[in-house]
Write a protein that binds this ligand. Structure first.
Ligand code: KIV
Length: 295
């Protein structure tokens, strides 16, 4: 997937799947899936760091997580979220943040809203960095919005949303997220725009969907907004595994003999034999060393 595939997929009526991801191990699983692209969302302030809102995300945090995801999913298109106020303090600060995320391995950046920073969006795009927009419920404005509420429910608000969406498209965005807006409004905006819309809580009439990794996997018990479908109960799977481990440790069932190392002399003999065998078969020493931990 590259940035042009987003438009191609909308034009061909193929839906785009996007998921958030914040760390190396999870990125390896996403890399092995059919999901089209990854958002290293500023929601990581909540999911990975336990803050109550996304306002605590910083550029340094975003860059660190983006680098981990890029290492775990080198083949996926990665969008890095510009954090709270990082693109509202002037062009230099915005470009410094963009620079950090792109250097960390992002292929595009995302930012919320457009009023007052359309020029900055245009400058980022003109600098060769693809920009994804984010309209509707913009969590970085949670206090200005008076809470995490469904947006664009009045005709004036729908008009404002449509005009912001157009402004983002004109500024050069390659796609925009639409979060928590009525399904018919999302359809209207999707029809209005040439660029694709990626919905979350925006119904089915959009160009693609995005959900938070922890929510898809059921790792966030108690969080059940109307729009969410959890595809597994991973919290329960993990809890059960942890209790089985705890039980085995306390009963002495773990580790077994086959999970324990032999004494030094017999281990040395095995390593020597294996090293000779690996050398004969032309295998690299790194593989030999790693597999030596199995004996
Ligand atoms: O930060 C995030 O996870 C997001 C998605 C919910 C779109 O912005």
């Amino acid at each position: 997937m590259n940035v042009h595939d987003f438009q191609k997929m909308k034009d061909e009526g193929r839906r785009i799947s996007m998921i958030t991801c914040y760390d190396y191990s999870s990125a390896r699983a996403v890399a092995d899936s059919n999901i089209d692209c990854i958002l290293v969302g500023d929601s990581l302030a909540m999911t990975m760091h336990g803050y109550p809102t996304t306002l605590s995300a910083t550029t340094a945090m975003m860059a660190l997580h983006t680098a981990a995801v890029a290492k775990g999913a080198p083949g996926k298109f990665i969008i890095g979220d510009l954090p709270f106020l990082s693109y509202r303090k002037g062009l230099k600060d915005a470009m410094d943040s963009v620079h950090e995320l792109m250097s960390a391995g992002a292929h595009a950046v995302k930012l919320e809203g457009v009023r007052g920073h359309a020029e900055i969006v245009r400058h980022i795009v003109d600098s060769g960095v693809p920009v994804m927009g984010h309209l509707g419920l913009t969590p970085q404005s949670v206090h200005g919005l008076g809470g995490m509420k469904v947006q664009a429910r009045t005709s004036a608000a729908v008009k404002a949303l449509a005009s912001e969406a157009r402004e983002l498209e004109n500024a050069g965005c390659f796609a925009t997220v639409l979060e928590c807006v009525p399904a018919q409004v999302a359809r209207q905006v999707t029809d209005l725009l040439k660029i694709p819309t990626i919905g979350i809580g925006a119904g089915p009439h959009v160009s693609g969907q995005v959900l938070v990794y922890q929510d898809v996997l059921g790792l966030n018990p108690g969080f059940k907004p109307k729009f969410l479908r959890a595809y597994a109960n991973t919290f329960e799977v993990i809890r059960t595994a942890l209790n089985a481990y705890d039980n085995d440790v306390k009963s002495g069932a773990f580790p077994s003999e086959s999970e324990s190392y032999a004494n030094l002399e017999s281990a040395d003999r095995k390593v020597t034999r294996r090293t000779e065998h690996a050398a004969k078969n032309g295998r690299g020493s790194r593989i030999t060393l790693a597999s030596d931990m199995n004996h």
